[in-house]
Design a protein around this ligand. Structure first.
Ligand code: ATP
Ligand code: MG
Length: 250
């Protein structure tokens, strides 16, 4: 049985990048708690979205702070979250000589999905992103949007309990963008889905809450409607974005 009471608690998460004498504080003591549902992480370029996602997924060390997955500090030992996590980084390289199917099978193996379930699981996630017909083509022949959808599919392998997607809709045509949004909304009924995006419409009507990140600080975290009432009464979530981030809107 799937337990849908997952809790991710981020406590005073701070990241300082150091390069020689230069220091850059990318996250300043960010704290929040999420339970099942879809969350939009909004903020302009350089706000710290990818930094946060890299830390949550164990791909980057934090400078200080804690992250608890169902009560266990995963910055010390990420074992409790590793196998139940689906992650789509903002930038990644694909093996051009692989077919889509081989790529997904490879990731399914890394996720330690049972051998007898792998083939079916690959078909399942490919169908979610409308790639069933393209699975046996080489990635070198995929368009940018197809690669992006394949990566989104890979984050859904193995029925994860938490799915973290860094700008998943970048490069998707409107039809595929809506399709992915609906799939994520459906999945978020039983797990935690966090989506970093600049496209407010990706999350406006499906997010339980929006986290607003500005220069490494969490400005607010609330439902889209609560944010509209607070920052742009009578307006839209885009108006909230503009009210908070002003001219930084890309
Ligand atoms: N490896 C790094 N070394 C030094 N500084 C970095 C590094 N990665 C990111 N930064 C800095 O940290 C800040 C946050 O970057 P991050 O990539 O997390 O932002 P973001 O919100 O994901 O932006 P975008 O919308 O452009 O993807 C930026 O000022 C960036 O220049
Ligand atoms: Mg980013």
């Amino acid at each position: 049985m799937k337990n849908s009471n997952y809790i991710l608690k981020v406590d005073a998460l701070t990241k300082v990048y150091t390069a020689g004498k230069n220091q850059k504080k990318a996250l300043s003591s960010v704290s929040f708690t999420l339970d099942s549902g879809l969350y939009g992480l909004l903020g302009p370029n350089g706000a710290g979205k990818s930094t946060m996602m890299s830390i949550l997924t164990g791909n980057l060390d934090a400078t200080s702070g804690k992250v608890f997955w169902n009560g266990k500090n995963i910055l010390k030992n990420n074992k409790p979250i590793r196998r139940v996590l689906g992650y789509m980084p903002q930038q990644q390289n694909l093996y051009d000589s692989f077919t889509g199917r081989r790529f997904l099978l490879y990731l399914a193996a890394l996720k330690e999905i049972a051998k007898k379930e792998m083939a079916q699981e690959v078909e399942r996630v490919a169908a979610l992103v409308h790639l069933s017909q393209e699975l046996d083509k080489r990635l070198s022949s995929y368009s940018g949007g197809m690669k992006q959808r394949l990566l989104a599919a890979s984050a859904m392998l193995g029925n994860p309990h938490i799915i973290i997607l860094d700008e998943p809709t970048a490069g998707l045509d409107p039809k595929e963008r809506v399709r992915l949004r609906n799939v994520l909304a459906e999945l978020s009924k039983t797990c935690i889905v966090i989506v970093a995006t600049h496209v407010v419409s990706d999350v406006e009507h499906v997010a339980k809450e929006i986290l607003l990140l500005k220069e490494g600080n969490l400005i607010d975290k609330a439902s889209p409607q609560a944010l509209i009432d607070k920052y742009a009464a009578g307006g839209t979530l885009e108006d909230v974005y503009l009210a908070i981030f002003g001219e930084e809107q890309p």
